[in-house]
Design a protein around this ligand. Structure first.
Ligand code: ARG
Length: 299
């Protein structure tokens, strides 16, 4: 048997400890899929000829909500509206940073009425609501770290909305251009895992971005997790992290291993029914970044 001295570089690299991760108080807004269906196609995942099972979608969604609760998240619910089958994708309603809600302005008419529903809820719950002059789909395309917002364009949110968001939310906004239609929102191609300044961590699928955006990602996040095509293809990147726990689809098994090796704790759910409209865990979830996270006003 060969023994390796404990201080050898071989041992040091193979046993390098994962970075320490910490769970932050996380408050979310979700919308039950009571009226979920695929009645139109605005992304390549959607095929109205494939039947949907609303009861199954609801059961899977309840598992997601219960997972959040069991992790100690503060979970708020908005009332779903009949005739808005995509309203379950709460991430798209707005981007909330420091008590300011920068409201969505949806690209397609089918979803446009959702903006008012989310704006009303956010206003009634103590946020300063700011309407948008440009097409933007909320946290589908705006992913918020402590001092920077990563913003997607190419399919849904306009580049003009990135500039507007920088002013409204008073953060640096970094534009990233998406090039593959199945990864039409930034949150389908990139996951923010740790937002702490100096400890930032993200995961992404390189082939979803143009060359200039890839160069930005490589420079800013040299140690990012790179996921496989297979894991991204089940919307494995569409996750919600509190800094330690990562709520993610059970289908993205290799990504779960990558997360564990990097100090995170995967919590898996199955949202197969909601995938039929092109949405996953993160799509179903709007982060409410109140400046006083424990003092959410109720109405
Ligand atoms: N069917 C919805 C749409 O195409 C899905 C939205 C998914 N949401 C997200 N944050 N990626 O708009």
């Amino acid at each position: 048997m060969t023994t390796v001295p404990a201080d050898s570089p071989l041992v040091a690299t193979s046993t390098a400890p994962a970075p320490a991760r910490f769970a932050a108080t996380t408050t979310v807004l979700v919308c039950p899929p009571d009226y979920y269906d695929v009645t139109y196609a605005i992304n390549p995942w959607m095929d109205p000829s494939v039947p949907t099972d609303t009861a199954l979608a609801l059961a899977q969604w309840q598992e997601l909500r219960d997972t959040y609760r069991s992790l100690g998240f503060v979970v708020h619910q908005i009332e779903p509206a009949e005739g808005l089958p995509d309203m379950v994708y709460a991430a798209n309603g707005a981007t909330v940073v420091d008590d300011v809600a920068y409201i969505a302005s949806f690209r397609y008419p089918e979803r446009q009425p959702e903006a008012d529903a989310y704006a009303t809820w956010l206003h009634d719950h103590g946020l300063r609501v700011v309407a948008s002059n440009y097409v933007n789909e909320g946290e589908g395309d705006f992913l918020v770290l402590d001092d920077v917002i990563l913003a997607g364009t190419g399919f849904r949110s306009s580049a003009e909305s990135h500039r507007e968001a920088a002013q409204v939310l008073r953060r640096e906004v970094v534009t990233l251009t998406l090039v593959r239609p199945e990864y039409y929102h930034l949150d389908t191609a990139l996951a923010v895992l740790d937002t702490r300044r100096g400890h930032e961590q993200i995961a992404y699928l390189p082939s979803a971005f143009d060359d200039a955006s890839l160069a930005v990602l490589r420079e800013r996040f040299p140690d990012a997790i790179i996921v496989s095509e297979q894991d991204a293809g089940v919307l494995g990147l569409n996750v919600v992290s509190d800094g330690l726990n990562v709520v993610m689809p059970v289908q993205a098994a290799d990504f779960a291993e990558q997360l564990r090796a990097d100090g995170f704790l995967p919590a898996v759910v199955n949202l197969s029914e909601l995938l039929k409209a092109g949405g996953g865990v993160k799509c179903c979830t709007m982060a409410l970044r109140f400046s006083q996270p424990t003092q959410v006003p109720h109405k």
